[in-house]
Design a protein around this ligand. Structure first.
Ligand code: GLY
Length: 321
């Protein structure tokens, strides 16, 4: 049978039944039990904050905002918010986006001097007719909304940057260079939301923006189907609109893990240099099932549901040295 015929049959079946096909992904305890998942080990404390919201009946959108604010404020997390690696000129520039169950979304990019870009993105979503504000405009909006301007370059990040200036070696996001937090949550009402926030690639060219604030690339939520977020070298997600692809694969019947694997395979098929980069996708569907896939070994993700917290290794396309 041709792939197209198989696809059409699958689509007809799923739409006739009005449900997704059975999935091999890991599952939460029961449908509509709250759950939150997020990228990397820094997702553990972030999930705990999100779980406080979810377990008391709060909304997924409030949970993801509260959750990712934890690494944004933590100077030990060197790839998100305060304490993040600066660009090549020593400026910390932040990108973030947020999306709810009604396709509402907000985003900021190249934002400087504001510790919580995710909350500015939320204000863009809630208070403006726009989706995305960037640079000085985003900062002016944040200040007008009452956010405080702060120096985000910590002494440690400044020292690392000055050391980097001695060689100016180009940094690429790979397995040694963990990054973005992407978070997805399902609340007690069965609604999905997501958030994604990062300081981006270390020592990037001034003005560079990655996938994390781009709806469809670093985050996508479709409340009928599921949600996806991404971490790693943003340019690869931007070239493939990776998170939108993951959600569309779930719509066609793929489990979250299968959908993430499909997006990683699309990158491998289309982008010749993928082997030197890390990319990780994480997905959560409407049933509370979750899964991930990445290019290189080493990507992990945090899960918090009624059974407690765990950290899980994502399966990878490449098997490592
Ligand atoms: N994934 C984060 C970035 O590329 O900026």
């Amino acid at each position: 049978m041709t792939t197209r015929r198989k696809f059409l049959q699958l689509s007809a079946l799923t739409s006739a039944l009005g449900v997704l096909l059975p999935s091999s992904a890991k599952a939460s305890t029961k449908s509509n039990s709250p759950i939150v998942v997020s990228t990397w080990e820094h997702g553990l404390p972030a999930n705990a904050a999100a779980w406080n919201v979810l377990s008391s009946g709060g909304l997924a959108i409030d949970a993801v905002e509260a959750g990712v604010r934890i690494p944004e404020a933590d100077p030990e997390v060197r790839t998100v918010g305060y304490g993040g690696y600066p660009d090549s000129e020593g400026n910390v520039t932040l990108d973030a986006c947020i999306m709810d169950e009604n396709m509402n979304c907000g985003s900021v990019a190249y934002l400087q001097g504001i510790k919580h870009p995710i909350s500015v993105a939320r204000r863009v979503m809630d208070k403006t007719p726009h989706v995305m504000l960037v640079g000085e405009g985003a900062k002016a909006f944040a200040l007008q909304q009452g956010f405080i301007e702060e120096n985000l370059l910590t002494a440690e990040a400044k020292t690392d940057w000055k050391n980097w200036l001695k060689t100016r070696k180009v940094q690429q996001i790979n397995i040694e260079n963990h990054d973005t937090i992407g978070m997805l949550a399902l609340d007690k009402k069965g609604n999905l939301s997501g958030a994604c926030t990062t300081s981006g690639a270390a020592y990037k060219l001034p003005g560079r923006v990655g996938d994390s604030p781009i709806i469809g690339s670093g985050l996508y939520v479709d409340n009928e189907v599921g949600a996806a977020t991404a971490t790693g070298m943003g340019e690869l997600m931007m070239k493939t609109v990776g998170c939108h692809l993951v959600v569309e694969l779930m719509r066609q019947g793929a489990s979250p893990e299968e959908a993430c694997k499909g997006a990683v395979e699309r990158i491998a098929l289309k982008l010749g240099d993928y082997k030197v980069f890390q990319v990780g996708f994480l997905a959560l569907n409407k049933q509370g099932e979750y899964g991930a896939h990445c290019i290189q070994p080493g990507f992990n993700y945090a899960v918090h549901d009624g059974n407690g917290a765990q950290l899980i290794d994502g399966k990878s396309l490449l098997k490592g040295a």
